[in-house]
Design a protein around this ligand. Structure first.
Ligand SMILES: *[C@@H]1O[C@H](CO)[C@@H](O)[C@H](O)[C@H]1NC(C)=O
Ligand SMILES: *[C@@H]1O[C@H](CO)[C@@H](O)[C@H](O)[C@H]1NC(C)=O
Ligand SMILES: *[C@@H]1O[C@H](CO)[C@@H](O)[C@H](O)[C@H]1NC(C)=O
Ligand SMILES: *[C@@H]1O[C@H](CO)[C@@H](O)[C@H](O)[C@H]1NC(C)=O
Length: 546
């Protein structure tokens, strides 16, 4: 009964346009849910309940701008993309990819916290950047406008922090320092914009481990709880009668195999209550080349006041499916199968994020089918994709993500390079190169940065080239991936000159990189940069995902 009602609702939604975006597909909603809850790269979740009863999910996105994405759900299963807590990464010159060569790959937003405060109606995002400064951003609603409200001064880094707003409105932040070897709690001033008291509250050695990260703080049944984890393996829950301790800790999930073949053990995340009195642990599984995918499981409180994870009774692993936490409330949001017609969009949807801060004078979004769309003017003269400004990215979704870019390249200048990449610390693309009066479709593989420093170590190599037919000004570029952690880790590239009817493969297979140290998974990336001089541009007519 319930199921058929939902399917009818979904059939309706599938035909409903959303903000000018055609919703082409919608996930089925059975009475159980499947892990990962979202097959998309949203690491370091902090999930909490908002004043409207909805769940809000804050994630980190490192050097992508805007920063700190926010998702919303009413049932913990169906999520929509709401916006970002950080409109622009004002954290240092490197975030703008300046000509001096500074860059901020892997910097920016790391495990941070998002909470609503009833007393003044404000949302608070708190996070540390560059191991150095803790920022507070506030907003009257998750949609914004978000304001950079305060920082706590140089050298005060609330690394991997979690905010608790106590019943009496006192704000506490828990965080790690000294490389994860110590955990502090800091009480904030009544306005939340400065600190008043700091105490060291626990050390990881109490539970026999050497470091913890991903700190969260809760008050449950009058007791103070800290959730944190040992990187890569184990989630711990700590309990005390006072925010200042002493805390007693126990493992919540100790090397529990993840729900996804080839994915890692979930460990970092959030404890989440439901109105029924049930509790859940939202974590993520490491799953490159895709990234870190959110996974959800019920937890059960024991008489000793600690929770245990509900695992698959046969395997002891994190379940691949569980009963729905709440009656389903499907949202009007499609994560893939979405066609973005830039010729009719008034603004960039939140699912798009720039690689570093964009130069806003070098792109524009204008309506109109013949001349409109997203115009990307070249913003950098370089031979290095990783040095180019205004590369627009979109997360990949699902096991076999695919994207198609419709590109008008008539405005390219001599030496310009534009196209569609699979983008992380090792990248590949299919694009258009202009050399003199000659236009070519080119596949280029293995542009590489050092996964720790972000310095370019390989400008890549051209794999295959074909000349663009005389008089052609528009191309459809397509990238497909096997993004399963236990899959083939391959990307393939195609182009079409006939309106996207027939696609021709170019360049063969690219081996996707599965190293973890870049922290983020592959994204689709639309780029346009100059190798000779500025002045050229391309028109992005549409971008679609499958
Ligand atoms: C879905 O979005 C469309 C367009 O914005 C709107 O008309 C419709 O009411 C929405 N449906 C739901 C269930 O929110
Ligand atoms: C954590 O607390 C200890 C003890 O109060 C203090 O010495 C240390 O500076 C604090 N660390 C941070 C990063 O605030
Ligand atoms: C538990 O694991 C078994 C064996 O892998 C699998 O067949 C079953 O579907 C799993 N059940 C759930 C609820 O994840
Ligand atoms: C890709 O680049 C890395 C770093 O320079 C290099 O080690 C590797 O051999 C390259 N692979 C290919 C296929 O070119």
């Amino acid at each position: 009964m319930l199921k058929s009602t939902i399917l009818t609702a979904l059939a309706f939604l599938a035909n409903t346009p959303f903000l000018g975006v055609q919703a082409a597909a919608c996930a089925q909603q059975p009475e159980t849910f499947k892990n990962p809850i979202l097959y998309e790269d949203f690491p370091d979740n902090d999930v909490s309940v908002g004043p409207d009863g909805a769940y809000y999910f804050s994630a980190s996105n490192f050097h992508y701008s805007p920063g700190a994405p926010i998702l919303r759900s009413y049932d913990l299963v169906d999520w929509e993309f709401v916006g970002h807590s950080i409109p622009r990464l004002n954290f240092g010159d490197g975030y703008d990819l300046p000509a001096s060569g500074e860059r901020a790959y892997r910097a920016g937003t790391w495990a941070s916290t998002l909470r609503h405060r009833k007393s003044n109606g404000l949302w608070y995002w708190i996070g540390c950047t560059n191991f150095w400064i803790t920022w507070v951003f506030t907003a009257p609603s998750p949609e914004g406008p978000w304001t950079q409200a305060a920082n706590f001064g140089g050298g005060v880094c609330f690394y991997d922090n979690g905010l608790l707003i106590d019943d009496d409105d006192t704000m506490y932040v828990v965080y790690t320092y000294d490389g994860g070897k110590q955990v502090n709690v800091t009480q904030l001033a009544p306005d939340g914009l400065s600190t008043v008291r700091t105490e060291k509250v626990l050390v990881p050695g109490q539970v026999g481990t050497d470091s913890v990260e991903g700190n969260r703080m809760y008050k449950i049944n009058g007791l103070y709880y800290i959730l944190n984890d040992h990187p890569g393996s184990t989630a711990y829950v700590w309990k005390s009668t006072s925010p200042w301790g002493p805390y007693e800790g126990k493992p919540l999930a100790d090397n529990v195999p993840g729900p996804l073949p080839g994915g890692g053990a979930p460990h970092q995340g959030s404890l989440i209550p439901t109105p029924n009195g049930d509790w859940y642990f939202m974590s993520f599984t490491w799953a490159y080349p895709s990234g870190r995918l959110p996974v959800l499981a019920p937890i059960k409180w024991q008489p000793d006041g600690f929770p245990v994870l509900v695992t698959n009774t046969t395997t002891g692993a994190w379940g691949t499916s569980y009963p729905l936490p709440l009656p389903p409330k499907p949202l009007n949001y499609t994560w893939s199968g979405t066609h973005y017609p830039f010729t009719t969009l008034a603004s960039l949807p939140p699912s798009f994020e720039w690689n570093h801060n964009p130069d806003t004078s070098k792109f524009s979004l204008t309506p109109g089918s013949d001349t409109g769309g997203l115009t990307l003017s070249t913003a950098t003269v370089t031979d290095d994709l990783y040095a180019a400004r205004n590369t627009l990215t979109h997360r990949v979704h699902g096991e076999f993500p695919r994207a198609t870019l419709e590109l008008d390249f008539a405005g390219m200048a001599d030496g310009d390079r534009a196209g569609l990449a699979v983008f992380r610390d090792r990248s590949a693309y299919i694009g258009i190169h202009r050399t003199g009066e000659k236009f070519e479709v080119v596949t280029r593989f293995n542009m590489t940065i050092d996964e720790w420093s972000g310095a370019t170590v390989d400008l890549g190599r051209t794999v295959e080239t074909i000349e663009v037919p005389e008089g052609t000004e528009k191309v459809w570029l397509r990238v497909g991936m096997d993004a399963r952690p236990d899959g083939g880790h391959k990307a393939t590239f195609e182009y079409s000159f006939d309106g996207g009817e027939e696609f021709v493969p170019l360049g063969g297979e690219y081996e996707l990189y599965t190293g973890w140290a870049f922290f983020l998974g592959y994204r689709f990336a639309v780029f346009n940069y100059a190798t000779q001089g500025l002045g050229g541009s391309v028109r992005v007519v549409s971008f679609g995902t499958e």
